[in-house]
Write a protein that binds this ligand. Structure first.
Ligand code: HEC
Ligand code: HEC
Ligand code: HEC
Length: 128
């Protein structure tokens, strides 16, 4: 990703968010990733865990892609994703829409802390 497209992306994001105030929020069991996002001027990322869990086996992400099974445990960087790591393994325009769709991931309300949203946690291996 070039600096220019990143800036264009943020502009687009701001427009989209301005157009739909309050309509996007974390749902039951979603995971907020916000280690760097807000510090770097974009909204926190909301990862719909359930949506992905029903489509992929746990080990695809938690073993093969190396996502630690603990909210906030991962150091996910945009550059790594553009190179096909983490979310970028699938969000590459082939398996799923690509990394240019900033507006689909950076949708959290400003101020959301990293963690599980919705008062319930995944009852997966981490808790068995
Ligand atoms: C598939 C989901 C996804 C898409 C699409 C996406 N991001 Fe991200 N982005 C993330 C995740 C996950 C993080 C790490 C979140 C954290 O810990 O703060 C992140 C982090 C960031 C950061 C923090 C600094 C860094 O480099 O990691 C910036 C800035 C950023 N994204 C901008 C963008 C822009 C601009 C776009 C569109 C061109 C975009 N993102 C598209 C998921 C996405
Ligand atoms: C598409 C990728 C993906 C799949 C598939 C997936 N996860 Fe996750 N999971 C993640 C990400 C990303 C996080 C958040 C990590 C972070 O915040 O740094 C996470 C977080 C978690 C957590 C900690 C948060 C919580 O809700 O307690 C647990 C436990 C977990 N996953 C279990 C599972 C289990 C069990 C499965 C299979 C039924 C599964 N995951 C499938 C990507 C995935
Ligand atoms: C193992 C593959 C895989 C990984 C890894 C993955 N995704 Fe996805 N994701 C998908 C697929 C497939 C879809 C559905 C795309 C579609 O509907 O066209 C999707 C859809 C989504 C959606 C839209 C959900 C909805 O309700 O329509 C969001 C938001 C999203 N992903 C964010 C992320 C973030 C953030 C990460 C990294 C933390 C991530 N994804 C990692 C495969 C993946």
């Amino acid at each position: 990703m070039t600096g220019r497209s990143a800036i264009a992306g943020i502009g687009l994001l701001a427009l989209l968010l301005a157009a739909s105030p309050g309509t996007v929020h974390a749902e039951y069991g979603d995971v907020v990733l916000n280690k760097r996002s807000e510090k770097e001027g974009v909204r926190p990322v909301i990862f719909p865990h359930w949506f992905h869990r029903i489509r992929f086996r746990c080990k695809v992400c938690h073993f093969e892609l190396g996502f630690e099974m603990r909210a906030g445990a991962n150091d996910v960087k945009m550059l790594d994703m553009v190179e096909g790591k983490f979310c970028g393994m699938c969000h590459n325009g082939t398996v799923a829409w690509d990394m240019q769709r900033c507006d689909l991931c950076h949708v959290g309300r400003p101020g959301l802390a990293a963690g599980v949203v919705g008062g319930n946690q995944t009852s997966g291996p981490g808790r068995w």
